[in-house]
Every structure is written in C-alpha cells, then in structure tokens.
Design a binder for this molecule. Structure first.
Ligand code: LLP
Length: 429
C-alpha cells in the first residue's frame, strides 16, 4: 500500500496533487511520501516483533537528508558503504552508534572517519581489510568494532548484477576463511569482534534463499562458540523485494518473510541486525516526467520524455520494470510504445514495448516505485543537472533538494588557461 493514489482523476502524493508539484518545481522531479515511508517502516518492524533486532536502513537506496531524518526519528539505524554516506547520516541527525559500515573496499580515511564517529561496527570483507582496520585503529589508539561479512554461497535468484551471495561474487569471505579470520581478530588487541554479517542480494522475491543463508550463518556461529568466540549480533543484510509490476506475482510480504526469519533465528541468542533499503523506500517515491515529443520510427512509437537514464538508470542497467501512468486522467485508447529519455544512448529508456494509455506532448507522467536506487544512482551525464526532490507530508511539500543549476555542473572545475604550463600553478595544487 502506498499513498500515491488517484482522486477525481488526478494522481496525488498524500493530499498534494502531483501536477501542482511539477508546476512549482519543474520536471524531472522525485516525489517521496512521508506517510508511505512511515507505513513501510512500521510494517517491517511489526513483522519482526519478538525478535531482538536493530533495523539499519541501507542509505544507498535513497540518501536524501529528508528521508534519513524521517527514518532516524522512527528509530532507524543506518547501513553505510562510504565516508560520504556516514556524512549524510550525521547531517540528518542519525545516531552513529546505530551505524553499520559495509562495503568491499574502504579507504583508510573512511575507516578513520567511522572509528572517530563511533560507529557500531565495521563489516570486514577480506583478510587484507581486517589488517588495514587494525592498523588504522592502532594509529588512532582505539579498538575497532568488527564483524566479518561472510559469503554464504547461496543463490538469491535475482538479477545477476544485484546478486551478491555466491562465491563468484566479490563480496564477503567464504565461511572457512571466516573461521580463520575470527581467530586472528579475537587475538588482535586493536580489534573487538562484535558479530557476523551477510547480504545475499537485492530484489529477492522468495523467502528460501534468506533461510538457507541464515542456516549457514548459524552453523558458523556454533563453530565459533565451540572455540570460545561469542558473537553479539548477526546481521542478515537487506534484499527483500518489492512489487514493481502490479500484474506480476508479488514478492513475499514483510509479514511472511519476517515470520519465517523469526523462526529460523529462534536459536540465536544475540541481537539481529538488518539492512533493508528498497522495501522501505522503493514504493515511497515516484519520478515525474513530462512528455516532450511523440514520434514514430517505422512501426515503433516513441514517447520522448524529459527524464532519462541519468535520472533513473534501473531500466537501462537491470532491464527493470517501472509502472508508468499519466498524472491526469488516462486516455481510453491504449497504445504500445517505448518511453525514452533525451540521452544520446540507445539504452536510454524507461520502458520498452509498453502497453499504456495514449499520451501527447506536454502530458505529465508518473514513474512508480522510483524511491529506491532512483535519485541515488542519478548522474550528470550529457551535462544534465540532477533533478529536484520533494518530500510530501499530508498537505505539505518540502523541497528536499533543489534542482541543480548549470553552475552546479562546473562547480570545482578549472578551465586550462592559455600561456604557460597550464597557466597557473594554483590549479595544480
Ligand atoms: N546491505 C548491503 C551490504 C547491500 O549491498 C545492499 C544493497 C543492501 C543492504 C540493501 O539492499 P536492499 O534491501 O535495498 O535490496 N541498484 C540496484 C540495487 C543494488 C543493491 C546494492 N546493495 C537496483 O536498483 O536494483
């Protein structure tokens, strides 16, 4: 359930008509709904009732400060993968003690930033990284809280680009190596072993892979306990899928998924950490775009809109499906078309061969399920300023990020000057 519904023919975000937002802020425009975000949070928390846990929202899905601060107020922790994401969390008022630092390649300065900020744990993904964390911790005179991210070798049966839990993927360490690294970490005075982590992929539409992976992780926990290494937490990652296509079979609901996990984790005495991203924000956001042209090449009909792969890369990158509908009353006549953006790439499409109501120049379209991995993956390719973002709450709309300007496109750049080697030494410093 989300709060982007049609009333008297017009699509609204909660109480606010989407066409008004587009008129005020221009297009392409991301619109998020506070009520939907809050609802998703509560549904997820309810599904885990009875399980001692901390939900750490995966910032990469949508890092806008308005989204992070809303979730922080609801009690969320955060899963970050860079110093930049930690900066965002702190700016949004998030509690660093509820932050999990994941990621396969952390730089020393990022490790130091996280340790200085007092994050809850660093998820380490290799022997080499464990050594680096130890060096940086010693340099700072602190003890680094660590967990190992284990690659449980489970097939999440999702798109190969967002599958992470198989040995062929770069993520984590195999369980056998994890045992050796835990022994090493337990003896290192600069490290404090806190737990174990896994994350097997994203947009997972079955419960079985989660259960399979959790079972393998619990096996590791038992082996470690026999050696006297007790883990305070088990981080089961994110990855629960969401419905994108109303005509397709929906993924398991959080309630079904949560009940299965609670059962699987019954024997575990520590705290359970989770890192959901998409399930919280995916359907709490839409992308508004205006039709620039309708054209034909032979038999194919193209709807050229002002949002492209720079704004929403998911269709180009993962052949992802996003529902698209007119914000105003849909025409009766249905046509088949490709909805494409203005970028100079043939992969620049939002939908291909889509059956949808006929649209005309100037119409406003709503691209659904764009709250996760939408703006956060956007770029300035083709020198396109990035879109604005609005957060709606009831009747109110907050401009959560202003549209970028042309000046933003060249911020920090220097033209090479004529005369002299690059003109000025200043530019080289
Ligand atoms: N934890 C870790 C360590 C992750 O790598 C990810 C996502 C998550 C949590 C959150 O997963 P979620 O609950 O959102 O599925 N750009 C792709 C998705 C990439 C996911 C990367 N990692 C897409 O648009 O489908």
């Amino acid at each position: 359930m989300n709060h982007f519904q049609r009333r008297s023919g017009r699509l609204h975000a909660e109480q606010v008509p989407l066409d008004e937002l587009a008129r005020t802020h221009g297009t392409p425009l991301y619109v998020y709904s506070t009520a939907t975000l809050t609802r998703h949070w509560k549904v997820l928390e309810r599904s885990l009732r009875g399980l001692r846990h901390l939900t750490c929202y995966a910032v990469k899905a949508n890092g806008n400060l308005s989204v992070l601060s809303t979730l922080a107020r609801l009690g969320a922790g955060f899963d970050i993968v860079s110093g930049g994401e930690l900066y965002r969390v702190l700016q949004a008022g998030g509690d660093p003690r509820k932050v999990v630092f994941s990621g396969v390649g952390k730089r020393d300065d990022e490790i130091a930033f996280a340790l200085g900020a007092g994050v809850r744990v660093l998820d380490v993904e290799s022997a080499s990284e464990l050594a680096r964390v130890s060096v940086v911790a010693r340099r700072l005179g602190v003890r680094a809280p660590v967990a190992l991210r284990v690659n449980p070798d489970v097939d999440a049966r999702t798109h190969p680009y967002i599958s992470t839990g198989l040995h062929r993927n770069k993520f984590g360490v195999p369980a056998e190596e994890a045992l050796r690294l835990y022994r090493l970490a337990a003896r290192d005075p600069a490290l404090h072993v806190k737990g174990a982590a896994m994350h097997i992929g994203s947009q997972i539409t079955e419960v079985a892979p989660f259960l399979d992976a959790v079972k393998r992780m619990l096996g590791l926990v038992r082996k470690l306990e026999k050696e006297g290494i007790t883990l305070g937490h088990l981080d089961i990652g994110g990855g629960l899928g969401i419905p994108y296509d109303a005509s397709a079979e929906p993924p398991p609901t959080p309630a079904v998924w949560g009940a299965a996990l609670r059962k699987a984790l019954r024997g575990f005495r520590g705290e359970v950490l989770l890192e959901p991203g998409r399930v919280l924000v995916g359907n709490a956001g839409v992308l508004l775009t205006r039709v620039l042209h309708v054209k034909r090449n032979g038999r194919r009909r193209f709807v050229v809109v002002d949002a492209g792969m720079t704004d929403l890369v998911r269709p180009a990158m993962y052949q992802a499906f996003h529902e698209i509908e007119p914000v105003g009353s849909p025409a009766e006549r249905q046509v088949t078309c490709d909805v494409v953006g203005p970028i100079c790439e043939s992969s620049d499409f939002l939908a291909k061969g889509r059956r949808m109501p006929e649209v005309a120049q100037g119409d406003l379209l709503c691209v659904r399920s764009a709250g996760a991995y939408g703006f956060s993956m956007s770029s300035q390719y083709n020198a396109r300023p990035r879109a604005a973002e609005v957060l709606v709450d009831g009747e109110e709309a907050l401009l959560a990020r202003r549209r970028e300007t042309y000046a933003d496109l060249v911020r920090g750049e220097e033209p090479a000057r004529r005369g002299g080697r690059l003109g000025s030494r200043r530019g080289l410093r």
